[in-house]
Design a protein around this ligand. Sequence first.
Ligand code: NAD
Length: 241
Amino acid sequence: MNNTPIRLLIHGASGRMGQALLRLAAEDSSLQVVAAVVRKPPAQRVVDGIPHFAASELAGAPPFDVAIDFSLPEGFDPILALCLERGVGFVSGTTGISEAQQAALSAASQRIALVWATNFSLGVAVLAGLVERAAAALSGWDCDIVESHHVHKKDAPSGTAITLGEAAEQGGAAPRFASLRAGDIIGEHFVQFTGLGERVELVHRATNRDIFARGALHVARQLKAQAPGQYRVRDLVGKPD
Ligand code: NAD
């Protein structure tokens, strides 16, 4: 068994997700964070033994095996370009990326192993499958997806709602979306199928951001051994680390 830790670069390290990734990776001896990247030049260059870099200094990052990106769409292109240049894995949870950025991901997957997902939780991977099945079985029913998040979330509908909508479409439904921004809600996705005189409701509630960080770290561990290609979270969950 190979005990060499997987070297990670965390992009968006000062954010809510970045902080959770740094904390959980520090508890795991199979992972070693070798670089933390934040938007502006960092106040401290080394924090808890981890070198910190500004986004403008990306080219100077030390060698790494996989980058994990939870930043904003404007930070997405440079970190994908760096992974391509270095020929290493790319895991991104950044939501609200453009169609051009989606196309760049698809092109990059010819050369590196990567996962871009709107939600890294196991529960949402399962929910997407349930939504597709319900949509296929409930032909002609209305399908509505209501998502709720904290007031700081910029994109709407959420990337997860869009992913669930795609699952509903695959099952033959035509989903409609509604978004709520309130307080400190981490993330709720409610999918309702309405027929005449009855309703089916499917819901996922995230109560702790760690579920996304844990899922992204699990995917990063799995990705290092994968051939180039674009993988889904559901391709890589359920496999032991
Ligand atoms: P946040 O605002 O707390 O943090 C954003 C981070 O990105 C900060 O560290 C900031 O310095 C960095 N950043 C901003 N612009 C940058 C740039 N141009 N270059 C490099 N870094 C830059 O946000 P958050 O709540 O941590 O969420 C980050 C992203 O992850 C969002 O897109 C959010 O929607 C998404 N998210 C995805 C999942 C998932 O499971 N896929 C879960 C939660 C959040």
